[in-house]
Every structure is written in C-alpha cells, then in structure tokens.
Write a protein that binds this ligand. Structure first.
Ligand code: SF4
Ligand code: SF4
Length: 279
C-alpha cells in the first residue's frame, strides 16, 4: 500500500548544478510544465489516509526543481493539509538548495511541522564547483535555521569523485552539526560506482548519523524501493520515483491512491530499477 509520496511542485530551479540529472538533456525532455492539480493530489492522499487508517503518511514536497521558487504555492499546499500535519498523520518535508530561504519561511515550516533539509556538498572547495558557488549562502541559511530551531537541519550531500578524493575532509565538515546526513551517489559525469559509494558510506557511518538501509533507494545506500509503497508526482502523472520520469507513467496524478498499483517485473533490489531498464 502506498504510504509515501513526493510531489514535484515545479520543474524549475535558480541554480544549474553540474550533476543535476533533472536538467540533463536525457531527462529534461521529459519535464514539462503540464498542469497538475496539487489540491486534488492532496485530497486523494487525505482520503487514502482516512480510508486505510494510515498512522503516518510521509510526504515530500521535492522533485525536479527548487520548491522555494514557488513558495506561495507551497505555503497554500501546506495550509491545505495543516490539520493532518498538526495531528502527525502526514509527516511532510521539503529539500531546498538554501539560496532563497528566509526567516519568515523557516517560521512557517516550523509552525506546521514541515521538516526542511538543505542540499550542501560538504567543504566549500567541492560544493562551490558543483553547486554554483553557493556554499556561503547555504551556510548562512543553515545557521539561521539553527538559531530558530535550536538544532541543525538534516542535510543532503551528493557524493562524486571529488568527494571520494576528500572523504576525510567531507566527513569532518558534517561532524559538528550532529544532524542526519543523506549522502547520494552521483551518476553520470563525475559519478562513482556503487561499490565506491558503499565504501564511502561505511566510512561516514563511523562518525556521522547517516541515512541508509531498507527499501528506499540505492542512490542513498539502501535497496531499490520502486513500486513498493512510494510514488512520485510530476507533470500531471505518477511515476515510480523521481529518476523514473523517462519511463512510462504508472497513473495520472488525479488517480485515487488505492487504484495506483505498479506492476513491475522482479529484479534484484540491490540494483536501481531505472538503471536496469531500457527506455
Ligand atoms: S539545486 Fe537541485 S534542482 Fe537545482 S540545479 Fe541543483 S541539483 Fe538541480
Ligand atoms: S529506481 Fe533507482 S532511483 Fe528509483 S527508487 Fe529505485 S534505486 Fe532509487
């Protein structure tokens, strides 16, 4: 049964990170600004929670772009589910590149119990090369988060060849924050093998609180969870995950959640389903 979803509320970003696979030519052609009624999606999620008495439905406002570019729309979606958020029946989160966030936004997310994660690729030398010289801006945003919330936020770091060359420095960078770090494997140009990624994770786990394991995503060090309990909304359609937008959609975005039953062939869940498919 579906108990997790991500909604891509937009397909645009104010950065142009070197490894961004959403905007790489092979994926970009699948992204469009197709109308998607997010209130209908949220209604369907609420009905699904009620019908199956789901204790906690995990909902990410994350996808193919920077969500805070459309902050007003995001705010209205959060208001729309605020009773479910207050009761803890929806655990919502968003992930930002940290360049647009301000104190008012942080206050709003805190008031509605929406977790905010920040993308930061470790030390400035690496981050600035990959993520458009934004390290100082992201760090300022992270410090503002800490001053308002009393602890540092969760952070997401993409691990490529440059990170492996500076593995100790990268791990040391994250250590003082004491928050949960999601490392993801870079693919494509500058990308690394699964074995190298797992070796890095093993090293990082000795010193950091690292997200990993379970049926989730091999990009984060777990097993592939495609088609189990998680779906991804974008372009008016539903996909297995954010990396599968160039595979056929599994439903239209206005479909009731219990009608969305992905039929995917058996595969080794230690591998990425998407990477084992031919488009
Ligand atoms: S901030 Fe995220 S969506 Fe924007 S270009 Fe960078 S990786 Fe892509
Ligand atoms: S198909 Fe690949 S990217 Fe998608 S959830 Fe599975 S491992 Fe992750």
């Amino acid at each position: 049964m579906i108990t997790r979803a991500c909604i891509s509320i937009n397909n645009r970003c104010n950065l142009n990170c070197t490894y961004c696979h959403f905007h790489a030519p092979e994926k970009a052609e699948y992204l469009s600004e197709a109308e998607m009624d997010i209130y209908t999606i949220l209604n369907n999620i609420k009905r699904h929670i009620d019908k199956y008495d789901i204790q906690v439905f995990k909902l990410g406002f994350v996808g193919n772009g920077e969500p805070l570019l459309d902050y007003e729309a995001l705010q209205s979606y959060i208001w729309y589910i605020s009773d479910y958020l207050a009761e803890g029946r929806i655990a919502a989160y968003t992930i930002t590149n940290g360049t647009l966030i301000d104190a008012e936004m942080l206050r709003f997310f805190k008031a509605h119990k929406v977790n905010v994660g920040f993308s930061i690729d470790g030390i400035p030398d690496i981050h600035n090369k990959l993520r458009c010289n934004t390290h100082a801006d992201v760090m300022n945003a992270i410090k503002m988060y800490r001053s308002m919330n009393g602890s540092y936020p969760s952070m997401n770091c993409t691990v490529g060849r440059a990170t492996l060359d500076r593995a100790d420095d990268t791990i040391a960078f994250f250590r003082p924050f004491g928050s949960r770090i999601t490392f993801s494997r870079m693919i494509g140009n500058g990308g690394i093998t699964m074995n190298d990624f797992h070796a890095f994770l093993k090293q990082a786990m000795c010193k950091l609180n690292v997200r990993t394991g379970g049926y989730d995503c091999t990009m984060y060090g777990g097993m592939c969870g495609a088609g189990i309990n998680n779906i991804f909304y974008a372009n008016g359609k539903v996909y297995l995950c954010g990396n599968c937008i160039d595979l056929p959609a599994i439903a239209d975005s206005d479909s009731p959640l219990d009608s969305i039953v992905p039929h995917i062939s058996l595969f080794d869940r230690n591998d990425c389903y998407r990477e084992t498919r031919k488009v």
